[in-house]
Structure formats: structure tokens, C-alpha cells
Design a protein around this ligand. Sequence first.
Ligand code: BGC
Length: 392
Amino acid sequence: MTDAALRSAAPGSPAGDDRLSALARFGSRLISAEQHESGAYPASPTFSAYAGYSWFRDGAFIADGMSSYGGVASADRFFDWCAGVLLARRAAIERIVARAEAGDPVPDAEMLATRFTLTGEEGADEWWDFQLDGYGTWLWAVAEHSARHGLDAGRWREAIELTVDYLLSSWQRPCFDWWEENAEQVHVSTLGCISAGLRAVAELGVLDAVRRADAETAVAAIQSLIEEAGTVDGHLAKWLGSTEVDASLLALISPLGVVPAESELGRRTVDVIDRDLNVGSGVHRYLADSYYGGGQWPLLSCFLGLARLAQGDRAAAQAALLWAASTAGDDGSLPEQVAEHLLAPDRVAEWVERWGEVADPLLWSHGMFLRLAVDLGVVAPMAAADRTAGER
Ligand code: BGC
């Protein structure tokens, strides 16, 4: 799929929608094909630093994309993998909770990892571990999935309970953010993911009364903290006390719904991110980004599209989907980022030398594309017959 072909095919026109729906279907097939028999989604099957690992963050959004497209069994299997990872760490989680309750929290190195091997181990490679957002996001995604398809979430109850206990004990802690940076800060997007997850499982009805009440109390406390310390000039801030924005904040507007899309805070946040980080519908992570030169990320364009769609701006959402599609390679694969409008062009070489070319495909990019394409009606969710026939 070439840029020129895509750009000449407007969404809303039959030709444009055909191309976009073909790309969405390609993404679903790729995600299905790459899903490990354990249920894990590899972040990128080919990229040196990610191959062999699955992240709760990436995976939760990939599962959400698959679920919204009707890929019920694929999402089920990913959540089974998450549950397996958590249940295998019951003793560690109980210890983390007990130490937090005793006022003697464990050090960061003893908190749960951020990513696991496809078979659910920590793996031998060093990583920027201790990130809380993915544990909130999986709760949100499993609850969304269960509600969307009328499933009994009892299948994941124990793992959900463990995650709730873990987050209730530790949500205030500083940790690495979505981009695995700034471990000394409390990140507003991380808080939002935790709040969305706790709220979603509280509403789902899988929690006992005590956990449910505790989760609701934490959600209210997180919302107040965000409003009091996580905003600046009327918009969400990158971390508590920061004056910057970060494109990960878009997720709090949609799909996580932590900040109402039409509220002043929601509007101003999306507008400022649009102003500071969006160039022609290609979205940067944050202004000081230098990872692979700080290019534009198709998955973030899809988050912008979801936020704009939630505000009723269909044209902006379509433009975002179209831009994301324009980053596809000839084989249809979507990368992590493209080297367009680089913020730090002199920093590309050091990353290429360290880890090789940019991750491509990145399954999270395909998952976000799928979700936005479904929400825009560019691709229809699979019929039940196709789901059982291998979800292709
Ligand atoms: C990104 C993370 C992501 C990981 C795997 C990192 O470069 O910063 O957000 O989870 O890649 O895709």
C-alpha cells in the first residue's frame, strides 16, 4: 500500500474504505498469526529489543482492538495469559501488599515486571521494570471485552482480584511511564490507566463487596489527585507538577473514558496535544522525545482519532486513520514510528546502531488501527462464523 494511493483515496469513499478495511483485516490476521500458543501477543516479532516479550500495556490494547473486531477467542486467550502470569506470582503480590500495608513497601526491583516472555517468565534481559499502567489497562480491557461480548468474567476473577489488591496497595508510587522513562515521577496517564481499570472491574460485578468499595474509593482518590495536581492551564499534564503534555494522555479521553471527552478538561487536553504534538495527523510522543529521533507514531494518531471521534469530530478521526494507514509498508505492516518530521534527527543513528531499524511490525499499532477502524465503521466486526474459522 503506497502513500500516494492511500492519500488519493479519501475515507468515506468506497475506494478509500476498501483500502483501510483491507489494512484493518491484515492487522487482525497478523495479530492472530503472531499470537503465541500461550496467548501472549509479542510486541514486535522481529525487533531485536522486543522480540520474545509481551507487555501488559501493548497486549491489553491489542486485545481490545481484536475484541472490538469480534476476535473474541484471541482476546480471551491473551487474558488467560495475563491471568496465568498473575496467578503464578500470587505469593509475590501478597508480599507486596502486606509490606505496603505494614508501611514498609518493597523496593521497585521487587514490584511486578513490565513485560514477560511469551511463556510468562521475567526473562533474562535487563529492562526498565516497574510500570503500573499495564496492570490497570489489562483490568480495563478484560472488563470491556466481557461487557462487549456478554461473557462471564468469572474465568479471570482470581487474577482480577490479585491485580486489584496490587494496585490498591501501590497506585501512589512513582514508576516508569508508558515510554519506560522518568521513574521518579507519578505519571498522569499511568494514574488514568489504573483508575480506568479499577472502575471497570468494580462496575463489572466480579468483585466482592469489600474489594469493590475499596476500588471505588481509590478511583475517587485518583480522580481528585489528577484534578488537583495532574493538570496545568486547564489540561492534563505529563506527570504531577509537569507543565508539558504527553500523547499518552489521549487514552484517558478515549478509549479509557477517565476524562469526559466533551468536558473542558477533555477538550483542552486534546487541543493542546493537537497543537504541540500533531503534525498533519502524525502524532509525536512528547516534545523532548529523542528515541529514534522522535518521529511520529501511528498508534498515537489512532488515539488522537479515538479522542476526536468521542468529541464528534469524525473528519479529524478519519484523517488520523488515513495518516496511520499511510505509514504501512508494502506488505501492510505498521511500524512503531516513522522518521517523518523528526524532533531530534541527530539521535537516529545511535538507536539504529544499538537496536537496528525501528520496530516494524509493531502489533500495538495494528491493534489501535483496528479499534479506530471499527469505531469509524470503516471495517465491520467479523461475523461469528469467521471467528470460529480461525479469526482470519
Ligand atoms: C515503548 C513502550 C512499549 C514497548 C513495546 C517501547 O519502546 O516505549 O511503550 O510498550 O516499546 O512496544
